[in-house]
Each structure stands twice: as C-alpha cells, then as structure tokens.
Write a protein that binds this ligand. Sequence first.
Ligand code: CA
Length: 546
Amino acid sequence: MKKNHLQKSGICALLAVLAMCACTNKDSEAAGSPSAASSVQMMELNQNLTPVKADDDFRSTYEVFVYSFADSDNDGIGDLKGLISKLDYIEDLGFNEIWLMPVCPSDTYHKYDVNDYKDIDPEYGTMDDFDALIKECDQRGIEVIVDLVLNHTSDTHEWFREAHEYLKELPEDWEASAEYCPYFDYYNFSRDAGDGYSPLSDTNWYYEARFWSEMPDLNLDSEKVRSEISDIMKFWLDHGVHGFRLDAVTSYYTGNNEKNIEFLKWLVAEGKKLNPECYFVAEGWTDRNTFAQYYASGIDSMFDFSFANNDGVIASVIKGSDANAYGEAQVREQELFASYNENYINAPFYTNHDMARSAGYYPNDDGSKVKTAIAMNLFMRGNAFVYYGEELGMKGSGKDENKRAPMYWSDDPEAEFMCTGPIDMDEVKMVFPSYEAQKDDPLSIYNYAKQALKIRNSFKEITHGEVAMQYDACNNRVTAYTKSYEGSTILIVMNLSGEAAEADLSSAAEFSELKAVLNTNEEKIELNDSTLKLPGWSIAVLGKKQ
Ligand code: CA
C-alpha cells in the first residue's frame, strides 16, 4: 500500500466564520421533536446516491448485545428470534455486518464467561435459531461475526470443574500431572499465590484469574487448549459465521505484547486455514502505538481505540480541540498500521458496551454533536463499528449495566420487543426520543445516522480511501480533507462548530459538485462558484462533475 503524504494542494481558501446568529429555531429542534422540515437538504440530495454492495471486509458493522436488543417471547430478555425480527431495521439503516456479543451459555447476563463454547445460551434461544439468523442475514447480504472469548472461561466450564475435582482429590505430597487429568493443563494452576491468582477452594492450589475469580485464565500455551480453540472456530464457521471478534487480546499473556502477538499469529493462521475468508477483529484496549503492533500478527483488524470514548479523537474535536486533529490522526494511522501489515483494515468505532454512551459526552447538546460524531466515525476508512442504540442517541453511563440498557424501540416499556435490561441496571433516563418517535422525523439522530451510512456505503473513497489533509481550506473549526481510492478522489469539508462558516475552494475547482451532505438543521449547505457555505455542524462531500 502506498504511503500517504500530506498534500498541500494549494487550495487557496478563505474561511470566514460568519457572525450569523445560530438559527433561532435551533433549540426547539431537539432531535426527535416533530419538525415541519419537509425539505431537509440531505433527504433530497442524498437520494441520488447508490450504495455499493460490500464484497470485502471494509464494512459497516452493528454491535448487538442480544440480551438488551429485542425480546420475542416476553420474558424481558432479548433473544435471537427477536434479533431476526429486527434485521430489516439493521439492513434499512445501512449495516452489512453484525457483531454479536457472546451468545454461548454463561452464568452472567453479559456472557463474557463462557461455560460451553459450542452452544447458544438458552436465554437467547437454540442453535436452530442461530442457523435461522445466519440464513436471514445471508439473504440480506449481512455478515455475522461472533465474540470469541479466549482469555478465560467461566469457573463453571466443564474443563475447570474437572481440573478442580482432580486437584481436590490429589494427595498433598503428589505431583499434579495432565497425564491423569488433561484439564490440569488447560489453566494456570500453581501452589503459590502469584499476582492475579485466586485460591482454589478446598485445595492448597491457586489459579490465574486476572479479571475475576470466576473467570479463570486459559493456558494458551497448551497444545490441547489450542486444539479446542481450533475446534470451536470450526464449529462456528461451519454454522456460517464470517469471523470472530476477539476479546481482550492484550490479556492473553498479561503484560507481554510479544507473546500475545505470537499467539494471535497462530490463531489467525488457524482460522484462515479453516476458511481463507475468516475475518478477525481484536480488542486491544491500549494506546495506538501498542495496538498497532498487533497488526504484525496478520490479523485483519484492530479496534481503533484512539478515536473512541469520551476522551478519544472524535469527542475531543467535537468538544473544541483542533478540528484538523481528526484528519491528521487518520493520516498518521495510515502510515503506522501499514508499517506492520500493509493489508490492515482499520476498525474505527466510537463507543462500545464498555464505554459510556455518547449522549452523555456533550452537556446541553441539541443532538448536533451526537450526530456529527456518528458521521465522523462512519466516514473513517475500514470496517466501521457502531454500538446498538447510538443511532438513537441513547444514554447510559456509570456502571456497566447502564451502558447496556434496553434498545429504545419505544417509550412504552410494554411495547413489542422491549427488553427489561440487566437486573442491576440503574434507571437510565434517555435524553433523546425513542425509535418510534424518531423514525419519521427527517432531523432525528436516527435519520441522520441512516444518511451517514448511506453516504458511507455509496463512496468507496470513504470506506477504502486514504486521507490527505487540505490545509488551505481549513481553519480550526472547519476541516477539509480528500479521500482517494483507485484513482478517484472526493473532498470532504466538515464544519465542526455550531456557527455558520464559509470556505473559498477556488483553487480546488475540480471539486465543483455537491455530491452528498449531512445537515443537523434545516439550513442548507450551498456551493456558489467556489464558495462553500456551511451551516453549523454540517458536512459536505464534493466530487468532480461527471
Ligand atoms: Ca426473550
């Protein structure tokens, strides 16, 4: 892959922040309130776009927590049948891949402690339901990737229970051996209480359990464990999954990136041996320079933690730091990631099930900031991930359960498909309306997200292209950059402030056509000759005239 160089393109742009007062009706236009806007510009202009069917792993992926998504049988817990009923919703939004958080049997509501890797948790349904889900997704061109939690199992997993029984019976002065109990080798048992080790009840042994005593760490050096992992991947690939989201890869060998990368290299090769198309994306929750190194394993994607969360690049820029930081960080990443693996596919995301939801990042936001953040996430190259409910501006922060609140289909908790949410969840008060109230409002967060996805899916320059800053068209609240893919280039200009702005694009004369726009209010983006007028919090995609 060609390295990208900053292109100072000689656009001579004069950018003036107009003293136009923020439109008077703006405050009353909270994201979901019915609006008289019959002519929101993006609804008209973007009608001309034609989304391209994805045929590789540069996708738009929706992260689903089945437990809280859609309940089909009124027990309050989301399930696979409920998810199947909502596939039209997911497809209609513009997603072409789903990441399912763990669906295997588990003792916890979140199911990150698996006790059987080859089945579906009865709360969620059956393997037949899963097969039906895959079939329905396949008909819609939606790929499914499942969470693969390999750092640890549940302490109720048969492997751990067998090993525990063996050590309980083992006479004090006998040497423990996997010869007598193969599962002794599946975990890291020790006679000593090491760092991150928990005491094994009714024995004088300890076992490694970094996250929680009920989640014993697997011994990933064990050939038998590796063979089990290979069987597990085969099982799910045979059931039609497209690949795996790998949980907690930096914890495989805690504190040892080199060993983690070495294990990942084995894992990825093994998966691709089973199916060359098998896709992997990993969670390495650490700084950019560190998770970038994991690309050396040959893994397809690493989650791009540097853009995510309340302190990541996207939220920081929206909260007022230099607008160019958004494009510049992408330019740096293009070079950094490619230096480890030129076939890398970045996995940008903005929030996930471990992070506070975005609606809490911006006090007094009328929805414009939440919307713009969604676009900034979706305008990035690679496989872009969106956590369920972010397209509605759902709220949720504090304890983990609150971040995993029921999908806000309706204001009525008794409405069809509504879930009750994790038992220990606090009452989560939403600031933006439910899907039911947003769906027909052209200025809702939901419709904005749908337009942003439509734009993403219509331009390979966005999903696949490289970023080059166009500094002459930028000031600190308006940023401009090009994205190029296979000889085609588009110009993207973002006004990342609440005030109207003007940009002079006279020396970028080739970008003379407004191809797509994202508006957060009824004011229009206008291109007159070479002057681009941008209302507050608006985004323009410009291309060459056909
Ligand atoms: Ca249910």
